[in-house]
Write a protein that binds this ligand. Sequence first.
Ligand code: GDP
Length: 427
Amino acid sequence: MATTSLDLAKVRNIGIMAHIDAGKTTTTERILFYTGVSYKIGEVHEGAATMDWMEQEQERGITITSAATTCHWPLDDVDHTINIIDTPGHVDFTVEVERSLRVLDGAVTVFDGVAGVEPQSETVWRQADRYGVPRICFVNKLDRTGAEFHRCVDMIVDRLGAVPLVMQLPIGAEADFKGVVDLVQMKALVWSAEASKGEMYDVVDIPDTHAEAAEEWRGKLLETVAEHDEEMMEMYLEGQEPTQEQLMAAIRRATIASTHTENEGQPTFTPVFCGTAFKNKGVQPLLDAVVRYLPSPLDVEAIEGTDVKDQEKVIQRKPSEDEPFAGLAFKIMSDPHLGKLTYVRVYSGRMETGTSVLNSVKGKKERIGKIYRMHANKREEISGVGAGDIVAVMGLKQTTTGETLCDEKSPVILESMDFPAPVIEVA
Ligand code: GDP
């Protein structure tokens, strides 16, 4: 049985947030589809099986039932683990939504390309601001009549007060939506006719019709990045053109830094992508962007908790397996086959099957039963899990959501007792 020590730099714990009907479910399904198609375990290519499963599920209308689903995405031939944490509901300003925001490190906000920024997009945006969650945006449904990418970008400024970084320009519109200009690579990504079968897009030269707009928006992109990143500003002032790697690194830094506490009150800097989840156009570049621009658990330097006896005393836990174990139970679900499953984000140390840990809130010992990594179409039993990861645990008898599990010898409480009470929104 696998015991996993993940390379944390290659892990992304993300949520997908949206106003109802913007396409959160469809985008998530497409992500699971593409990651399933491309994921290889050892020599065995699992693609075909996953695809069959997705096709079957799609006929019945697939629903994602897990509170956290693990998938894999190769970027530049390097495998990355993406844990998608379900951010429940679209509307409620509830503890549950806030708790899920707490356990994720980054998010994708999906907008409807016709409706743009809708009221619930504003609500989730503000919640994510409150929890300092770095975000990228996906303007979806560009195939729909009346969809307008740039109007949505303007609304991100006007309604959300954010700094959108336009990363792509659509080529063609509505039924004629053919691809995007990638302003970092300065290439056109043209959706392949094979896209629905899991093929990637074709990378070609920017068509003449879009050359001028591409130059104009590339200029804006460089300027905006420079305004939010010192290294880029120096190069900008010296008239140096950044390499692709330098530019991507700067965008990543700016995206992560803009939600840091030291930048509180400053507008959120957010790279914006576009496409249509429905027709499989744009989801693969979005996955690349998740890996490229959203933080890994290592970017979250330390989580703060409190002493068990003294709520005033702050204790920090770093995302390292050398630290004492600390994790947060963020969701309890009933699995039709396994029964009660407790979803845990491990912040520090390791959690192993068969060991005893402390529920520091209740002051009770718990035995860790089987540990599972939940995939879209299967679950994988693992014997242990390290800092930065998210798994489901069987056998916890006393633990409820929001409670901390930790090393008995180094107790800590991760979620304060005065965690915000639910605020019910009045429509
Ligand atoms: P959610 O409520 O945000 O999870 O939205 P869904 O993913 O359930 O999508 C709402 C509706 O929009 C469904 O009927 C989808 O089939 C449809 N939809 C989602 N993405 C797209 C898209 O890119 N283009 C079009 N035309 N329809 C879409």
